[in-house]
Design a protein around this ligand. Structure first.
Ligand code: FAD
Length: 424
């Protein structure tokens, strides 16, 4: 990524190409990209022309895959999709053969002893595979690939915003919505490099996808058909879940997804930044030696060169002082992780992101139809989103701190209020 430039007036800019869509969306298909795709589906349904610009070169350019829990945000996602797409939601579930239960229980256990700690009761808890969800959402959209956002400029007449890409192309539209993820370039353009950056947190996690023998897979799945969470007295949080069980009768083909997260100072994160896959795997395997099953056996059974994925935790609170961006009369705004990056142990990010999409489609529709001015409707969207998701960013970070602190864990938000939306 080149240097960050601030949003500027474009009186002196050269001719803009391809200025045909009303809404220009940045970000769609890379690491997860659900917000941009959900927005675009909503605009398609509302009959509003929209183009997505994505930095990767294709829908499946990112080989990394994982799954996410969709619960209170399901209504919002259903609202932006056409009936035919929503009817296929079961097909993107980690186990498409098992209908999503009306009521489900997420178990928390002491991951050292195996003793039950708590149970969270949920209704219609969808566990969706990222890659399959992407495929469900991308149909009939105008997506331009290999478009890396570099700058945004505003027309002098107050009517359009123009997005500029590293390949030299630029496009103008009435609305620019940046859904370019937790490390959003657009956010840094709007707020400046420092204020617009994610905040690094002193926590990290190492993730694994793995297949096992049929016998091992059946044993690992016996703890819960879909997911189980563990809290370790030494300050570890862990998750173990099904990732892909397309063929329910062949357990040797199932893929599991699991991770351990722990408190890791920024100094430790920096000093291990250059670690190899082997070092990351050795580290997490050594943690798991002191765990009960399913983690202990699963980490023992994966080979010493198994590919893992490590990530330091971050957040961005849109409600923090100095984080309110200028939307230039409603011409440019943020949605999804770009607006509110949050830690994932409370499983809220996707739910807020699809809620942003539904609310933003309504805000743009109101502005386009003349029901309210562009500035008023986009500012109203932002005010609601900042209050809702900003509160969740703060709660999710507190939750992460408490889950890794045995003395405070029982009072953590996920154990006291489950996955429920903070305002409910
Ligand atoms: C391990 C893990 C587990 C999670 N579990 C849950 C869960 O159980 N429940 C839940 O609700 N949430 C969960 N989340 C959070 C959830 O995945 C995210 O909040 C959500 O997917 C946000 O998606 P997004 O589209 O806003 O951002 P992203 O998925 O990051 O997409 C951003 C897009 O922008 C593109 N892009 C970036 N920069 C540029 C640029 N300069 N130019 C053009 N394009 C660009 C990227 O390529 C990408 O396509 C989890 C997250 C993780 C990491």
């Amino acid at each position: 990524m080149g240097e960050y430039l601030s949003v500027m007036e474009d009186r002196n800019l050269p001719v803009v190409s391809g200025a045909s869509a009303t809404v220009l969306i940045i970000g769609a298909v890379g690491d997860l990209g659900t917000t941009g795709l959900a927005l675009a589906q909503g605009f398609r349904k509302a009959g509003i022309r929209c183009t997505i610009f994505e930095k990767h070169e294709s829908l499946h350019a990112q080989p990394r895959d994982w799954n996410m829990g969709l619960h209170w945000g399901a209504t919002a996602l259903q609202g932006v999709l056409d009936c035919e797409s929503w009817d296929k939601i079961q097909t993107v579930h980690v186990d498409p053969s098992a209908p999503v239960a009306d009521h489900d229980v997420l178990k928390f256990i002491n991951s050292m002893t195996g003793e039950p700690m708590s149970e969270i009761h949920t209704s219609k808890f969808y566990r969706l595979r990222r890659s399959k969800l992407r495929s469900l959402l991308e149909h009939e959209l105008d997506i331009r690939y290999k478009k890396v956002l570099k700058n945004i400029s505003m027309s002098g007449d107050g009517r359009t915003a123009t997005v500029h890409f590293e390949d030299g192309s630029s496009y103008a539209g009435q609305f620019v919505i940046a859904a370019d993820g937790a490390r959003s370039t657009a956010r840094q353009l709007l707020l400046g490099k420092n204020k617009g950056a994610v905040r690094r947190l002193p926590y990290a996690a190492t993730f694994v996808h793995a297949k096992f023998t049929a016998e091992q897979a059946l044993y690992l799945r016996s703890f819960h058909p879909l997911y189980i969470a563990g809290i370790h007295p030494s300050g570890f949080f862990s998750f173990f879940g099904m990732h892909e069980a397309e063929d329910p009768d062949r357990p040797e083909t199932w893929t599991f997804f699991f991770y351990i997260s722990w408190k890791y100072s920024l100094e430790e994160q920096d000093s291990t930044a250059g670690w190899s896959n082997k070092q990351r795997l050795d580290q997490v395997k050594s943690f798991a030696k002191d765990f009960c099953d399913p983690w202990k056996s699963a980490f023992e059974w994966i080979s010493d060169d198994h590919q893992v994925w490590y990530m330091g935790l971050t957040d961005f609170d849109p409600g923090s002082k100095g984080h309110y961006w200028n939307n230039h009369g409603g011409r440019v705004t943020l949605a999804g992780d770009a607006a509110h990056a949050m830690t994932y142990q409370r499983g809220q990010g996707l739910n807020h992101s699809v809620t942003d999409a539904a609310k933003l489609v309504n805000a743009v529709t109101d502005a386009v139809s003349g029901l309210s001015s562009q500035a008023t409707s986009i500012s109203a969207y932002e005010d609601e989103m900042i209050a809702r998701a900003g509160g969740e960013v703060r709660l999710s970070t507190i939750n992460t701190e408490m889950l890794h602190d045995w003395e405070r864990v029982l009072a953590s938000p996920v154990l006291t209020s489950g996955m429920k939306h903070k305002h409910k």
